[in-house]
Design a protein around this ligand. Sequence first.
Ligand code: UDP
Length: 362
Amino acid sequence: MNITLVAGARPNFIKIAAIIEAIHNKQTEGFLLNYRLVHTGQHYDENLSRAFFKELCIPVPHVNLGVGSGSQAEQTAAIMIGFEKELQENPCDMVLVVGDVTSTMACAIVAKKAHVKVAHVEAGIRSGDLTMPEEINRIVTDSLTDYFFTTSEYANENLKKLGIEEHKIFFVGNVMIDTLLRYKDRFKKPVLWDDLKLTNKNYLVMTLHRPSNVDNKQLLKMLIEQIVNLSKGYPIIFPVHPRTQKLLNALHLNFKNLHYVNPLGYLEFNYLVKHALSIITDSGGITEEATVMDIPCITLRNTTERPETCSIGTNVLVGNDSKKIQNAFKKLFSGTWKKGSIPQLWDGHTAERIVNHLISIV
Ligand code: UDP
């Protein structure tokens, strides 16, 4: 079987790394499973792309569509044009997309129109919030998917409610956690650890990149000021996403214990999370990683497409509600944060299960 794998943005690279490793293992066992890796170029900075290929040993993509930045529609269109040509020149039996970024949706549309089967890894998750571009990507992608690989019972139920036949749903677990468990012994102390004299559980990590938080200057200012005020002077390490940087440049918010840094590599970032008192975030993937590392996670969103991180894991949703943010910090500093456990099948063997299914499908 010839399969085309699509990766376009930071969270995709972390997922595809585990899948490629599982394919290589099957090839070594003698299975005939060929892949072509397509990088759409949606994320192209050294910090958001190349660093992950190096650290996670992802092979150089067979092609990079080089779409670069643009509006939602510009990026979608550029990816579709590039990927259509790619599929014409390099036909395949199946296109596998991961996650919920623009590349996921755009390549699923192109594949389906070219009558190529679509497999979606991380299918079925829903936040119910249509103001998130990712939610639209999820809905469109799943409406075209032939093989649904899911992370949770919630996702399975969502798909069943949509009328998806059960034999097309494969509950395999979480590939992002495959990568986390694979690399956890190689997490790397960042240089800033010594520079800022950080010690175990004596600092906070923060990431913000959702349009709902970082496209509104006043809201972003309010959130950062409130978090700094509640932080009791603990260092806050804030790797700034390029999207967020634009607004921060205009805000000039400087506080003694707030440390802005460039986006970190995977091994350094997760070293920081693993030893932090808490992570404050609006990311999806980070809520899953925090759950597995048993780190209190304060999520500045009102909804989540990963409810198991709250019901089973260490995550709490506070939106941008001052009262809820205050309560979360109170719990954190009183040492009464809930103890999480690890969701079913988040065991490091998800990619292996996916590849076993792929082999049996064709
Ligand atoms: N991440 C990283 N460096 C950083 C911030 C995040 O390596 O400075 C990793 C993090 O460990 C997780 C992924 O990026 O695996 C999450 O990506 P992001 O928050 O951009 O996407 P989302 O999960 O919200 O789709």
